[in-house]
Design a binder for this molecule. Structure first.
Ligand SMILES: [Zn+2]
Ligand SMILES: [Zn+2]
Length: 224
């Protein structure tokens, strides 16, 4: 458990002030915002350092709200493509220090890795007018929503065994025996899908523009 000490003005607007581990290393304001998104207690102090609410220490998110959040998000990280259910945090889309509330619309479940990605990594997370989540890269380009997997890893293992396939950690290897480069593989699959879709669209456009064949006619009768 980490104990941090941070001034409200630092959390709200990156102002100069105290921001660090209690009696230890300094932290960036964004890291402090991540840690205070979902913390056990918030104890506020006066400028002189006296605890204001030491006897009223409160949870950053009420238990009932946390239960409702986990039920809505099925306890799973909501970052596109992530299925992590362990070590998840409740992230405030608008941080409490910046006016955000504990309303469910302002909360989203993120795993520790993607909570870090959204705060320190500069990725954006917002909720649209229709209530759906939208994620974007630091340059503003949107991340496409990733569909949920068709089944659980356990079902995949059972299906693989039924087919008599011996798939192990070394099954997939490169041309010279090196291990799988997962990022390159996914990038290649995505690029191939994009190329196929572009070709299909171009084919559809060409078919729509092509003139319809002229009706043939005979000297004695109507066109056939
Ligand atoms: Zn957060
Ligand atoms: Zn995640």
């Amino acid at each position: 458990m980490a104990h941090i000490e941070v001034d409200a003005a630092v959390l709200a607007a990156d102002a100069h002030g105290r921001c660090g581990l209690l009696g230890g290393a300094p932290l960036s304001a964004e890291t402090a915002r991540r840690l205070t998104c979902d913390c056990t207690e918030v104890v506020e102090h006066t400028d002189a350092g006296d605890a204001l609410h030491s006897s009223q220490a409160r949870r950053s998110i009420p238990r009932s709200t946390r239960r409702a959040l986990l039920r809505r998000d099925q306890g799973r990280c909501q970052f596109p493509g992530c299925e992590t259910k362990r070590w998840v945090d409740a992230h405030h889309i608008i941080h409490r220090a910046q006016g955000g509330s504990n309303d469910l619309r302002n909360l989203v479940t993120l795993c520790r890795r993607h909570h870090h990605t959204v705060h320190e990594g500069g990725f954006h997370c917002s909720r649209t007018a229709t209530g759906t989540l939208a994620f974007a890269r630091p340059d503003g380009t949107p991340l496409e929503p990733a569909p949920a997997p068709a089944g659980t890893p356990r079902r995949l293992i059972v299906a693989t065994r039924r087919r008599g396939l011996a798939i192990g950690p070394d099954t997939v290897a490169g041309g010279i025996g090196e291990s799988l480069d997962l990022e390159l593989t996914i990038w290649t699959l995505a690029a191939n899908r994009h190329v196929r879709r572009s070709r299909s669209d171009a084919h559809d456009a060409a078919s729509a523009e092509a003139p319809s064949p002229r009706p043939q006619s005979t000297a004695d009768g109507p066109p056939i």
